[in-house]
Design a binder for this molecule. Structure first.
Ligand SMILES: [Zn+2]
Length: 417
């Protein structure tokens, strides 16, 4: 477990962070991260006239007021950025510039998410949008990946399914599309509606996170976990149901928490009771992220500072959050090693690396029940979601078993040599 960190690691980190804090941001929307600077560059590149030349007025159009009135005010702020992201060059440049911003604010790894279907207003297809975003990602020298968002909404089942198919087509371990998500109005379009969509993602072995427990309650998170999400976008409302808290903890589910966003969208009424540290101490794998940094006028360091200042986040707790982020990242073992090194975290041997909270070491004794022979690793999973079996399959690194192929069957997973 990475929560038991060596003192040496803590000291190394503490010394290093005095000079230059290093972070990981796993939950960052492209359209919500378009700053005044980026908007101006995108407008100029595409010959688009912005609604105003005045920076202050432009910022008002891109950023919510500190006492954001309601969710509508928040959602209105997406209008201008989305209009600047409708051509391949605009989208590519935006990904590049947002990655540059991440680097400038201390991120050593970032996952940028966007919904390809929101970039098809001027003739781009979803696939064009993905290719444009990939081009921008590759121009940045910051280590990072893309998450494709499906959207909660009406009459967009086809578009969502297309996003899943494209995620399958473009899925890589590193340096490109690494996972799926669903974003949008959770309270209006509940997670229950997307069972089939994520069953398809599971069938294709596409890792995914789901926005849940933000505008809707703990039940939404329970469903997301049941569907097979290894990470939850926000999950801040799981305190409403102790069984869901237990489920998240026992399944090693990562929460991508974003305090400023939760405050502005009123996901939490009283920020003095923001549950991040409670979840951390309960044993849930919490990570700290920005969500929509331009709309919220925040950055990753400010999110850490906010929790530090208001809840007394210690250096070792910072380290745990970062270690959780490394574990949660949709990236290769090699990149995780590199990130651990940069953060001053202890080295974790590959066979002990965690995937959905299960170590390879534990694979043979997983509650799922496993059968090994010389050529095959067969895991019969007993839980309804098949999470454990999926996690072990994803590792494909169980001791003494060379895995050449993965076959997913309903309720169980067979790894064939
Ligand atoms: Zn989000």
């Amino acid at each position: 477990m990475l929560t038991s960190l060596s003192l040496a690691g803590c000291v190394a980190y503490a010394e290093e962070t005095v000079q230059e804090p290093k972070y990981i941001d796993l939950h960052k929307h492209l359209d919500g991260s378009i700053t005044v600077d980026i908007a101006k560059k995108l407008a100029e590149l595409q010959g688009i006239a912005l609604p105003t030349d005045n920076d202050e007025e432009l910022k008002d159009l891109l950023t919510v007021s500190p006492d954001c009135k309601d969710l509508n005010e928040f959602l209105d702020r997406f209008e201008l950025p989305v209009s600047l992201l409708q051509t391949p060059e605009g989208l590519s440049e935006a990904v590049y510039l947002v990655m540059e911003d991440c680097k400038a604010t201390g991120d050593i790894y970032a996952e940028i998410r966007f919904a390809p279907q929101l970039h098809c207003e001027n003739g781009m297809t979803q696939e064009d949008a993905i290719n444009a975003a990939l081009e921008g990602l590759k121009r940045s020298d910051l280590c990072g990946n893309l998450i494709l968002c499906c959207m909660r909404g009406e009459n967009n089942e086809e578009e969502n399914m297309e996003t899943v198919e494209l995620a399958k087509k473009y899925l890589v371990e590193d340096g490109g599309v690494v996972a799926l998500d669903i974003a949008g109005a959770e309270a209006l379009y509940p997670t229950e509606n997307y069972r089939e969509l994520f069953a398809k993602a599971r069938e294709y072995n596409i890792p995914f996170t789901i926005h849940a427990g933000e505008a809707d309650g703990a039940e939404s998170v329970r469903l997301a976990i049941e569907y097979g999400a290894s990470r939850i976008g926000h999950g801040v409302r799981i305190y409403e149901d102790s069984e869901v808290m237990e489920l998240a903890r026992d399944n090693g589910i990562f929460l991508e928490m974003c305090p400023t966003s939760n405050s502005q969208t009123r996901a939490i009424d009283n920020m003095e009771e923001y549950p991040l540290k409670d979840y951390l101490h309960y044993g849930i794998k919490v990570t700290l992220n920005t969500d929509d940094s331009a709309i919220e006028d925040t950055d990753i360091g400010s999110e850490y500072d906010y929790i530090r200042k208001n809840f007394g986040l210690s250096d070792s707790e910072v380290l745990t959050l970062l270690a959780n982020a490394v574990d949660a990242a949709f990236t290769s073992y090699e990149v995780k090693c590199q990130l651990r090194e940069e953060l001053g975290l202890p080295y974790v041997p590959e066979e002990n690396a965690e995937y959905n909270g299960i170590t390879a070491e534990g694979a043979e004794t997983a509650e799922a029940g496993s059968v090994f022979d010389e050529k095959h690793l067969v895991i019969i999973d007993t839980d309804t979601a098949g999470d454990d079996a999926m996690a072990i399959a994803m590792m494909a690194k169980a001791p003494n078993v060379e895995v050449l192929g993965v076959t997913v069957l309903p309720g169980n997973v067979s790894l064939e040599q």
